[in-house]
Design a binder for this molecule. Structure first.
Ligand code: MN
Ligand code: MN
Length: 453
């Protein structure tokens, strides 16, 4: 078999793998929302000489340019030798992760508690989100145009929030329910406080919490209407396993692939084809909306790029460029879990430590909703990987009829471009604590770099 354990490549020197993981852990700990990833990406892009498209009137071969969309998407390019309509080499990842969002009218009081009402975002197993320390990240947008940034629960002396669960002693009814029903979505409310301040207030505990928020952020209760507060696991990404071979953290799906894709572009030079890294939002809820992969943002950006290159017909060039492009849809894959072996076909699943995972197709119930890459293209990609000595493996998302999932691959496939899913295997996917292998992270970086070459 072509499968091999990637750690063997580094038997003499593991430090390259471990050093890369240190920087990634810092990124993952700091960037728990799409906006924070976007800001991080822009900072690194500028440091590496990329220029915002807003600041230039024209572009030429070798230029490094980036576009930002509504603070939640980034598309960065290195202009290649060949004309744009000959196609690009694209790495695309999503930077949103499953979480709980505060509702528009979130704060309420009940029997001495102030609570925050949430609506979960993406696919979550609800029982995993109770009794874990949670943090609040996001923005509150006021009518006067100011945007207040919220970050509570990460600093050492910050409080955390959380969702309570029943004590085992009184859980007879709850424990008899199926796992998916034991915790209801409407019960995923976070505890915000318990001190009543002014007894004249009808809801004195809530009033106190709102007072604290007003002091810290100069906001009124009504401002939550136009807010985007994400309730996410508190704390930093950490080494996992006694050999420190793995990383435990929140949001590996899909920030592990977003980070490695971005790094691959940042560390690339101008090549024959124009290179691109695109980071999108909303994948976990169907790639919808202005900042999701289905948005025309990306197509428009290619047209803008064509017009910066003084193309005579930028819209048409964009369409042709997209059609002739080749892409890796950088998204995570399900890792084989020895505790739940039965959900996988052992010959067609992803193993920790065996490198980047290629999924020819994802989908569910007979590949439904999947991109299903063309074998001609897959063969090209295999060649690139082998010539670059990248450790790679192939997988399906579980056994046939076991479930399934999707990525952004099919959306870019709609442009008639060749796309294949390629990403990092994850354990505990969508849980507050996801796990990846450090060597897989590094191999993904190497794979993305080889692809852009
Ligand atoms: Mn994903
Ligand atoms: Mn996901």
């Amino acid at each position: 078999m072509y499968r091999k354990n990637a750690w063997k490549k580094y038997a003499d020197n593991q430090s390259v793998v471990f050093d890369f993981a240190e920087d990634y852990k810092r990124f993952l700990s700091e960037c728990k929302t799409e906006r924070l990833v976007t800001r991080f990406a822009v900072k690194l892009l500028e440091k590496k000489g990329f220029v915002s498209a807003d600041k230039i009137k024209s572009a030429k071969k070798g230029d490094k340019i980036y576009f930002v969309n509504k603070n939640k998407n980034v598309a960065a390019f290195i202009i290649g030798e060949k004309a744009l309509n000959e196609g690009l080499r694209i790495l695309g990842a999503h930077i949103d992760s499953p979480r709980l969002d505060l509702k528009e009218n979130p704060v309420y009081e009940s029997k001495g508690f102030a609570l925050g009402d949430t609506h979960y975002y993406g696919g979550v197993k609800k029982y995993q989100w109770v009794t874990v320390p949670l943090a609040l990240h996001g923005v509150i947008c006021k009518k006067d145009g100011t945007v207040v940034e919220v970050n509570i629960g990460e600093a050492e002396d910050d409080p955390v929030v959380g969702i309570t669960d029943l004590l085992i002693h009184l859980s007879a009814d709850q424990q008899a329910k199926p796992l998916g029903k034991a915790i209801e979505g409407e019960d995923l409310d976070i505890s915000l406080g318990s001190i009543p301040v002014d007894e004249k207030e009808k809801e004195p505990v809530k009033a106190n919490v709102l007072r604290l928020l007003k002091e810290k952020y100069q906001i009124e209760e009504e401002d939550f209407i136009s807010a985007e507060i994400e309730v996410v696991p508190a704390g930093k990404a950490r080494d996992y396993g006694l050999d420190k071979s793995m990383i435990a953290g929140y949001g590996h799906d899909d920030r592990s692939c977003a980070y490695t894709s971005l790094m691959a572009l940042l560390d690339s030079e101008a090549g024959a084809y124009t290179s691109c890294c695109i980071l999108v939002d909303k994948e976990e809820i169907g790639s919808v909306g202005a900042t999701g992969a289905q948005s025309l943002f990306f197509e428009n950006v290619i047209a803008k790029l064509a017009s910066l290159l003084k193309d005579a017909n930028p819209m048409w060039t964009a369409r042709v460029a997209l059609e002739n492009s080749k892409m890796l849809s950088s998204d995570v894959s399900a890792a084989y879990d020895p505790l739940y072996a039965s959900v996988n076909d052992p010959r067609n699943c992803a193993y920790f430590g065996e490198g980047i995972v290629f999924n020819k197709y994802t989908g569910s119930r007979g590949k439904s909703g999947s991109n299903d890459a063309n074998p001609e293209y897959y063969a090209e990609v295999r060649k690139i990987m082998d010539e670059a000595n990248v450790a790679w493996q192939t997988a399906e998302l579980g056994k046939v009829d076991q479930g399934g999932g999707g990525t952004i691959a099919y959306i870019l496939g709609n442009y008639n471009m060749n796309v294949i899913d390629a990403g990092i295997a994850v354990l505990n996917m969508h849980a507050p604590m996801e796990i990846i292998s450090k060597v897989d992270l590094y191999e993904a970086y190497l794979a993305y770099r080889a692809f852009l070459k």
